[in-house]
Design a protein around this ligand. Structure first.
Ligand code: PBG
Length: 322
């Protein structure tokens, strides 16, 4: 079928038809909205590099999650800023830690909302790495026990799903075993399966105060140049019992999202990370981009690439535009 018999523009001529033939649609149900929980009361401080996102104390989280649930967004992802940091990230697995308190509070304030917790040590360790440090090495197997304790304490506090983001080998299997042994057989694990050592985490590290104090994360997070390795990581996490596999970041890794979507029938999540969010915000503030259309285009692209679930700081602001 060639011009002039076929005219591709026929399907683009009218609004209604254009919408009828639209292949990918965003919906509030696609999103998980990240929150940064901080100690104290009455705290609501905007994160300067992430406009519209806040450091929230538990009481403020309660207000926030009611709004999130009212918008039809099904889930939040919790990150915590502890009172104190130490070498082994004790507050990550303390029953009275901020995430444990927030998980409990959210289940009361907005019972329909899924509470997903980020399981990692970097916000809780004084060295800012995601695992136990010996000399200048990040020790894999010693870290697993701490991650398991963290995940279990989140679930005991009411978390509905845990999301390990540390990139230690074997952590999905270890967490699955720990949860099962305590009877939490139906709590799913969303694994940050292909997580890259990315420059696009910059604003997050300010928000979560989790910048490594020495070195970088390249001995555990993936090399941005590798896609086959991502498939290997995803395969391993699936074998270990992951229920949802995540690719992170999203926009510079759409090919990885696409390939992961082809290789597994599990749900695929993609994390539209802080730097990707901040780039659009900054350009819009400079008057260089039309903000909302740019955000929607980025998100629909992530979904078109194959993501079933999108973790995004834009979730709240985009819902009214869908
Ligand atoms: C913790 C973690 C990070 C992000 C999510 N979980 C930071 C990192 O790995 O340095 C990044 C999220 C974002 O940039 O939006 N390990």
């Amino acid at each position: 079928m060639r011009f002039p018999t076929y005219r591709a523009r026929r399907l683009r001529e009218h609004d209604v038809l254009r919408q009828m033939v639209q292949e990918t649609r965003l919906a509030p149900q696609d999103f998980i909205y990240p929150l940064f929980v901080t100690p104290g009361r009455g705290v609501r401080e905007e994160i300067s590099s992430m406009p519209g996102n806040y450091h929230l104390s538990v009481d403020q989280v309660e207000e926030e999650v009611r709004e999130v649930a009212d918008l039809g967004i099904p889930a939040v992802l919790l990150f915590g800023l502890p009172e104190t940091k130490d070498a082994v990230g004790r507050e990550a697995y303390s029953p009275s830690g901020v995430i444990q308190q927030a998980s409990q509070a959210i289940k009361k304030a907005a019972p329909s909302l899924m509470v997903v917790t980020d399981v990692c040590l970097c916000e809780y360790t004084d060295h800012g790495h995601c695992g136990v440090v010996e000399g200048n090495r990040i020790v894999n197997d010693l870290t697993l026990d701490l991650l398991c304790r963290t995940a279990l304490s989140h679930v005991e506090a009411g978390a509905d799903m845990v999301a390990p983001s540390d990139m230690m080998d074997g952590r999905v299997g270890a967490i699955r075993e720990t949860l099962d042994a305590k009877g939490h057989v139906s709590v799913p694990i969303m694994a940050y399966a292909a997580k890259y050592a990315s420059s696009f985490y910059g604003p997050f590290r300010e928000a979560a105060d989790s910048t490594p104090q020495f070195g970088d994360r390249r001995s555990y997070q993936m090399n941005p140049a590798n896609a086959r390795e991502a498939l290997r990581e995803v395969r391993l996490d699936i074998e270990e019992g992951a229920d949802i596999v995540m690719v992170k970041p999203a926009l510079a890794y759409l090919d990885v999202i696409y390939q992961v979507r082809q290789m597994t029938d599990l749900p695929v999540a993609a994390y539209n990370v802080s730097g990707e969010f901040a780039m659009i915000k900054a350009a819009a503030r400079m008057g260089w981009l039309d903000e909302m259309p740019a955000i929607l285009e980025a998100l629909v692209g992530i979904k078109r690439a194959g993501a079933d679930i999108i973790l995004t700081y834009s979730a709240k602001e985009v819902v009214p535009h869908l």
